[in-house]
Design a protein around this ligand. Structure first.
Ligand code: ADP
Ligand code: MG
Length: 325
């Protein structure tokens, strides 16, 4: 049975249609990723699923509980880690977890052991008694991750769990997320604009753009849908129509000064392809990425659109007010 079901789930902020009808079915135990550019509606979707935001239309349920009619039951079943850090930096690691455990009414007899277990899971035992202001960004993230797990939720929502972290720290966090999902037997829904994150962490990915899911599948399925390898060339005045007409070519796109050709069996057909193009300055072949999938579907690049001004629902609301709307 699916642990998360959404039907035509939608949310508008005044005239802005942030989420425009999402149908998803997420199975127990999955690590599911919502991948999309800034403003796609990721945070808003998560906000509705954990009952912080009320949908404008459509419906959703978590563990069988309707998000509008049974918010208390939904909340008991979800943990959430927000895009913006919410740790209290004058408290120690252990105090932060204590505070949260009390908020969730975790009985004192099991509280201590549970906190120990969580600190162990993310290798923070040594630093548990230091105030979190002294933690690195990666350590704070790790503490946030397990804080969301303290009350043993069935579903953990992670909104941009590695935003702004350096690549090594990001990769470590990915390992922790996978370990947590496995150890705790939970379902994880994360949002990200890092395609590597979606590819390497998630069992299944929904690509979201302008409030709609435009592609859904395992990372492999999504990449396979492009139909083969990418050949990227720098060419002066490329014969685009000729290229598009070739039987082994499944896609041709111009990206900056480069021609990106998707083709089957590149190793067989590359000589023929090259014989048809003059003025090739450089050629490179590579496996497709989820960004290529996004480009094929939208004609845009996820990375180009992203600014670090990521605007969670809290931030966006603040910005929105500042604009005087
Ligand atoms: N509180 C809000 N008030 C008005 N518009 C908002 C608010 N929160 C988000 N938005 C808008 O809704 C759209 C989706 O935002 P969001 O869900 O934060 O996207 P993402 O998390 O994918 O970046 C954006 O156009 C954003 O500006
Ligand atoms: Mg967001």
């Amino acid at each position: 049975m699916a642990i998360i079901e959404t039907r035509a789930l939608a949310k508008s902020y005044g005239k802005i249609q942030a989420v425009r009808g999402i149908d998803l079915s997420i199975e127990k135990g999955e690590i599911f990723g919502l991948l999309g550019p800034n403003g796609a509606g990721k945070t808003t979707t998560i906000g509705m699923l954990c009952t912080i935001l009320r949908p404008s239309s459509g419906s959703a349920s978590i563990a069988g509980y309707d998000i509008v009619n049974k918010p208390a039951e939904v909340r008991r079943n979800v943990g959430i880690v927000f895009q913006d850090l919410t740790l209290d930096t004058i408290l120690t690691g252990i105090e932060n977890l204590e505070l949260h455990a009390r908020l969730y009414g975790i009985p004192s007899v099991i509280r201590k052991a549970r906190i120990e277990e969580m600190l162990d899971l993310v290798d923070l035992k040594d630093r548990a008694h230091d105030i979190t202001r002294t933690y690195s960004g990666g350590m704070r993230r790790r503490l946030e991750l397990v804080r969301g797990l303290l009350h043993r939720p069935a579903v953990l929502f992670l909104d941009e769990p590695t935003l702004g972290l350096d690549p090594q720290t990001r990769a470590r966090i990915w390992d922790y997320i996978k370990k947590m999902a496995e150890n705790e037997g939970i379902t994880v829904v994360l949002t990200t604009h890092y395609m590597e994150e979606a590819e390497q962490v998630c069992d299944r990915v929904g690509i979201i753009d302008y409030g709609r899911i435009i592609a859904l599948g395992t990372p492999e399925e999504l990449k396979d849908s492009l139909g083969g390898y990418m050949v990227v060339m720098r060419v002066n005045d490329p014969p685009l129509d000729t290229l598009r007409g070739l039987p082994y070519v499944s896609g041709v796109a111009l990206n900056g000064g480069m021609v990106e050709i998707t083709m089957k069996e590149a190793h067989l057909h590359l000589p023929d392809l090259l014989s048809r193009i003059r003025n090739v300055e450089s050629v490179e072949t590579r496996a497709p990425t989820l960004n290529d999938v996004f480009i094929k579907l939208t004609g845009r690049d996820i990375r180009e659109e992203y600014t670090e001004d990521t605007g969670g629902w809290v931030e966006s609301a603040a910005r929105y007010r500042q604009r005087g709307n």
